[in-house]
Write a protein that binds this ligand. Sequence first.
Ligand SMILES: NC(=O)c1ccc[n+]([C@@H]2O[C@H](COP(=O)([O-])OP(=O)(O)OC[C@H]3O[C@@H](n4cnc5c(N)ncnc54)[C@H](OP(=O)(O)O)[C@@H]3O)[C@@H](O)[C@H]2O)c1
Length: 308
Amino acid sequence: MPASATPSAQSPAPDALPALGPRFDGETVVITGGTDGVGAELALQLRDRGARVVIIGRSAAKAQGLIARSDAQSTTGSLEARTVDFSLMRSVEQTVDALADDLERIDVLVQAVGVFLSHVEHTREGIELDFAVSYLARFVFLERAAARGLVGPHTRLISLAATAPTTPSFARVEFDDLDAVTARTGFAGHAAAQTANDLLVASAPARYGVAALGYGPGNVRTGILRAQPWWFRTLVGLFPKRDPRAVAAQLVGLLTDPYWSASTPGWAGRKGRFGIALFMADARRQRAAIVASEQLHRRAVSVALGSA
Ligand SMILES: NC(=O)c1ccc[n+]([C@@H]2O[C@H](COP(=O)([O-])OP(=O)(O)OC[C@H]3O[C@@H](n4cnc5c(N)ncnc54)[C@H](OP(=O)(O)O)[C@@H]3O)[C@@H](O)[C@H]2O)c1
């Protein structure tokens, strides 16, 4: 159900975001996973800098709360929401089609949608839930948005994942064998989603014509661990956490740095830009991930249509 907020005519609230810095007037920004965490903070900051921002998430209550907060602090830009379940690939396709009716183009696409599960759960379309939400939905979104002309050479894509300068052992996931891909659940499903996201960023300039940035935020103070057992949350809590507002501010800076390229994917984390991990640069791996994603997308949609 779409919800929207137009620029308020009132003066900014005392906690208004700083006015100085880059502007995004006239730009259309879509943030998947924009109702909470890093995506929500980025939505507030980009709207405050003049952008038309569309957030996508599941919770209508969170979306309305964010729009109210944004209206209270911003006198520029606009913020609207689409609430939809991105675990279902048919819903992702329908959302992109609805966006294509509303928007001329997407100038900035931030893919922040994700969950972090350790239990085993599958969607109604038969895909492991973490892989479906944290990765496959992003792939399907990009495929459909490119087919509908929403994304292309005019688009900067940012994808949030566990992106790092070297690929950690848990993320050395291969996609050649579809049975092995679909057998991964729990932490393995989450790790596969993180790796697949980076491989998608590596493929994105050639496949969609976009300028793409894979971004690893590090450990951020959000609700991403809400489905984890208490001991895991306690363990992760021992490490320093970044403020999501600071992460969003860094992303705003990265969106205006001079290094965007429509031919070469970029990579960045807490300390700034870095070179591509050799694992992700492998064209055979990138191709295998795309082929597996296409097969899973087809499978999910055929299950959805079969049960419609
Ligand atoms: N936080 C970290 O430490 C960290 C570290 C590395 C990578 N990341 C990655 O960064 C991204 C953003 O993380 P975050 O920490 O900001 O997480 P978050 O606060 O939990 O936000 C996740 C977003 O995804 C949306 N979402 C989840 N399931 C959905 C579904 N089925 N359909 C539609 N939307 C759904 C949520 O919407 P609702 O709330 O409305 O359901 C929310 O907007 C994630 O992909 C995460 O894996 C985070």
